[in-house]
Design a protein around this ligand. Structure first.
Ligand code: GTP
Ligand code: MG
Length: 444
């Protein structure tokens, strides 16, 4: 395990050429390292123009140095930022000089991890930094920013406060059991739990929306060979991602592309047409299609409108693990009107693009995409899971109240508090922390 008291350093700007490149250093050795590279410790928080030199006094570059003494820095430790010219060799030489002066190379996310460990940010805020950097749409960016500013954490902390109050109240009741204070009989606890449950449900719904914005949804296109699955993928993506030919069995490998629907990433998977075949390559493709079906959040079953009734066989429907969205394609050949029918059936032509906007509307509806993302904060799967566990514990506690089991109510509330505390990092194992921060980029 790496020592958290080491002074760490990394190139914080992306690899390659750029106008400016930044080497970031954090830890107790920062003043000494500044002395070695700049021959002085810059005034705190002043942009200081200076030559950068090696231990042998060889000039590496000249640029701006920024010094933030502890604890007033991103990490809470002494921090030095050296802004030089953004060339790969320059940055490499500058980093080497900093390492030679006593720092060690930072692990991915180690600056953010230190900010977390020093109480500068909580875990959801640290995650929001990574999500902000990775955001693929303006909506996702805004949501990450709201989480970074602490909107998500505030909600969680307010809930935690209510939970702790309730827990203290009930545990006090257990301690004074001789005095026959029956806390559970007066209905107050049940009422408070029910308010708690409602708040939790609201936050869960918001977090789910934030999760979708962050991670997107996986959509698998399936159907018989030649119905136009690859054509639909290309039509949605607006580029020729998949090969389209009139030959049945064109697609064998899984083909992927990503589009945005109101800022939500849709990961679309085009698959091999499902049919009985003796072709070994195609058989493997069909096997992979079935795996993709298991993994998808939504399955789109595509039918050729001319033969739709023959194609949507019970066997095919049974092979799809979830309720698919059924779409009829090639309406330019069947002469059917484009769009959604009164029965809710979607009619399109992947060739002409007719009905594709109606299909997008249907997707919005089906996936619960909100065009209004005001107030959404970014969320991750682990947040949803922790919220779900909290909700279960609160529901269990409500059950126990009806049976007057004080001790069990207290225990469920303890579990609820623990699950909720995992979100902001109050109760988080080192393993989980390691896993979270290791996915960050180096220098962050
Ligand atoms: N007229 C018309 N032709 C279409 C339409 N959609 C697809 N096609 C044609 O149908 C043929 C098969 O299209 P693909 O997109 O390759 O079909 P697929 O479902 O991916 O087929 P496999 O990969 O073999 O499973 C091609 O010749 C397409 O140009 C449509 O809406 N109208
Ligand atoms: Mg295909």
């Amino acid at each position: 395990m790496l020592n958290q008291f080491d002074t760490i350093a990394a190139i914080a700007t992306p690899a390659g050429r750029g106008g400016v490149g930044v080497v970031r250093v954090s830890g107790t050795l920062v003043p000494m390292i500044a002395q070695a590279i700049l021959h002085k410790v810059p005034n705190p928080r002043y942009a200081t123009y200076s030559p950068f030199v090696t231990a042998q006094n060889a000039l590496i570059d000249q640029g701006i140095a920024l010094y933030f003494p502890a604890p007033n820095s991103f990490t809470g430790e002494a921090v030095l930022e050296l802004q030089g010219h953004g060339g790969a060799v320059v940055m490499d030489q500058l980093l080497s000089a900093v390492l030679a002066a006593g720092a060690r190379l930072a692990q991915p996310g180690e600056f953010s991890e230190r900010a977390f460990l020093n109480g500068k940010i909580d875990l959801t805020q640290a995650e929001a930094i990574a999500d902000l950097i990775d955001s693929a749409s303006v909506q996702a960016m805004r949501s990450a920013l709201r989480s970074l500013q602490g909107e998500f954490s505030h909600k969680i902390n307010a809930l935690l406060e209510q939970l702790i109050l309730l827990r203290t109240y009930i545990e006090a009741g257990i301690d004074f059991v001789d005095e026959e204070i029956d806390l559970l009989a007066d209905g107050q606890v049940q009422q408070k739990l029910s308010v708690l449950k409602q708040t939790l449900q609201t936050i869960f719904a918001q977090a789910q929306q934030g999760f979708l914005l962050n991670e997107g949804v996986k959509i698998a296109l399936v159907g018989e060979p030649n119905v136009g699955k690859s054509s639909l993928l290309n039509c949605l993506a607006g580029r020729e991602t998949a090969i389209v030919t009139p030959i049945a069995g064109t697609t064998r490998d899984i083909v992927r592309d990503q589009i945005q629907l109101d800022g939500m990433p849709l990961h679309i998977i085009d698959t091999a047409g499902l049919r009985e075949t003796t072709d070994i390559v195609e058989q493997e493709g069909i096997r992979r299609t079935k795996l993709a079906l298991e993994d998808a959040d939504l399955v789109i079953l595509l039918l050729d409108d001319r033969y739709a009734d023959d194609q949507a066989t019970p066997e095919l429907l049974a092979s799809i693990p979830s309720e698919p969205l059924i779409i009829r394609n090639k309406i330019d050949l069947s002469n059917h009107a484009a769009g959604v029918s009164p029965q809710g059936m979607v009619y399109i032509s992947a060739k002409t693009g007719a009905g594709v906007d109606a299909l997008k509307d249907k997707l919005r509806q089906r996936l619960g995409v909100q065009t209004q993302t005001e107030g959404t904060f970014i969320a991750r799967r682990r947040h949803l899971e922790a919220l779900k566990r909290t909700l279960i514990a609160v529901e269990n506690a409500m059950d126990c109240v009806t049976h007057y089991q004080n001790e069990l109510v207290a225990e469920e509330l303890r579990l609820a508090q623990q699950a909720l505390g995992e979100i902001t990092g109050e109760f988080t194992s080192d393993d989980l922390l390691g896993k979270i921060f290791s996915t960050f980029c180096i220098g962050k």
